[in-house]
Design a protein around this ligand. Structure first.
Ligand SMILES: Cc1ncc(COP(=O)(O)O)c(C=O)c1O
Length: 416
């Protein structure tokens, strides 16, 4: 105490004295250390920036005790940065606007979005239907964590359509959909699935990442929850990880919101700011990559090395009729299956010979990507390493075709 007193600045004594004597002293000088925390510096107001500012903040300050609120519904006022800052909430509001949602929760990534849906719709004893074509880590979570928590998970054929009715049981709480499916690109008959699920009171959730929330109107088709990996097209530049969970009704808002709040799914306002920037160019990027991808898919379909092109806009893609009926366009990602006489080693040689196409998983950015799936199987189909997924970026199509042609040549020259 003695030591602390010795180190006190004279200005603090004045302040303390004023508090003790309960007298008001105008402009009492404060120690510079205190000033560092409680500054009175001002800047002019009225900076009308065209872009959304990045609001970083955990603690929210209330003007008086009576206005202190400890709740997660930001529409009732801010309480904690975890439940929303103006930056994170603006991103949510804009995704909700695009998708026609009641509300959009922003979460740390696409996989986190999937987890939030499972944890808010499934409980011990319930039954969930998940398509064979769902994103791999999604199926892993369903078969791992969910089963561990006592949820029965049943895989189903993504092309089941109205046949889903036969799989729905009294304890079914969720039908998961992903359209087109990951890697094998099956386009699902969402209206048929929704009709069967809705009449039985079962929630339908859709991984809507391929359509970026704009090429498919999930809520118009009756889906209850639409999930996006914003990491893909909304981010658009392979430099952020975010996800969204959009809900259609007040009831779903409360159900998902209370779990979102309990899980503490914090997101970075900096990443949200990048995603807000990404939204501004989403339209032009999607148009361009969609056109380029289709042109390259059609070109590959004519190549003698290629057995099948799995692109939703081509009739060779399973569920192509559903794509024509429900989608407004196609995006950047599709797969090719090489003819049966090629070996997995030759396909690897094809990938390694590419130069503009980089080898990587996370699609939706401006750079073209290619990746083979050596162990990929679907019920009754073993691709034996002959399936390659491509993401088409913003490079010139002719340059990409040259790169592919050169790699196809290298593949043919590689011995089995
Ligand atoms: C269809 C789909 N959904 C979800 C995810 C997961 O997104 P994230 O990587 O942001 O967790 C991915 C990632 O590749 C994906 O392809």
């Amino acid at each position: 105490m003695q030591f602390a007193l010795k180190r006190m600045h004279w200005s603090q004594f004045i302040r303390i004295a004023s508090i003790v004597s309960n007298r008001h002293i105008e402009a009492t000088p404060m120690h510079w250390r205190t000033r560092l925390i409680h500054s009175e510096a001002t800047v002019p107001g009225g900076f009308a920036s065209l872009s959304t500012p990045v609001y970083r903040g955990s603690t929210v300050v209330f003007d008086r005790q009576a206005s202190v609120a400890d709740q997660w519904r930001a529409e009732r006022g801010y309480s904690y940065g975890l439940y929303g800052t103006p930056t994170t909430l603006e991103l949510g509001a804009r995704i909700a606007e695009m998708e026609g949602a009641r509300h959009t929760f922003i979460v740390p990534g696409g996989q986190a979005a999937i987890a939030l849906v499972y944890l808010s719709r499934c409980k011990a004893g319930s039954h969930a239907l998940v398509p064979h074509s769902a994103y791999g880590p999604n199926r892993e979570m369903a078969n791992g964590l969910l089963r561990q928590f006592g949820v029965e998970v049943e895989p189903y054929d993504p092309l089941v359509g109205e046949g889903i009715a036969r799989l729905i049981r009294p304890e079914t709480s969720l039908v998961w959909c992903e359209s087109p499916g990951s890697i094998t690109m099956e386009v699902q008959d969402l209206p048929a699935i929704v009709a069967a699920a809705r009449s039985r009171g079962v929630t339908v959730a859709l991984d809507n990442s391929y359509a970026a929330g704009v090429l498919l109107d999930a809520f118009a088709l009756g889906v209850d929850i639409s999930v996006q990996a914003l990491t893909k097209y909304v981010g658009g530049h392979s430099d952020l990880l975010l996800g969204s969970v959009s809900v259609r009704t007040d009831q779903m808002f409360e159900a998902v919101g209370s779990v979102w709040h309990q899980l503490g799914m914090a997101v970075s306002p900096d990443d949200c700011s990048l995603a807000l920037r990404g939204l501004q160019t989403l339209g032009i990027r999607l148009d361009r990559v969609g056109r380029s991808a289709l042109e390259i898919a059609q070109w590959l379909a004519l190549r003698p090395e290629v057995d099948r092109v799995l692109h939703p806009a081509l009739s060779t893609c399973p569920g192509h009729a559903q794509w024509r009926r429900d989608f407004k366009g196609s995006a950047s990602v599709f797969s090719i299956v090489f003819k049966a006489h090629f070996s997995g080693e030759q396909v690897a040689a094809f990938i390694d010979a590419l130069s503009l196409f980089k080898i990587g998983f996370s699609w939706g950015g401006v750079t073209s990507l290619a990746v083979a799936f050596p162990d990929l199987q679907r019920p009754g189909i073993d691709y034996q390493g002959r399936l390659v997924r491509l993401n088409i970026g913003l490079e010139e199509v002719d340059d990409l075709k040259l790169d592919l042609a050169h790699a196809l040549q290298a593949m043919a020259l590689t011995t089995r």
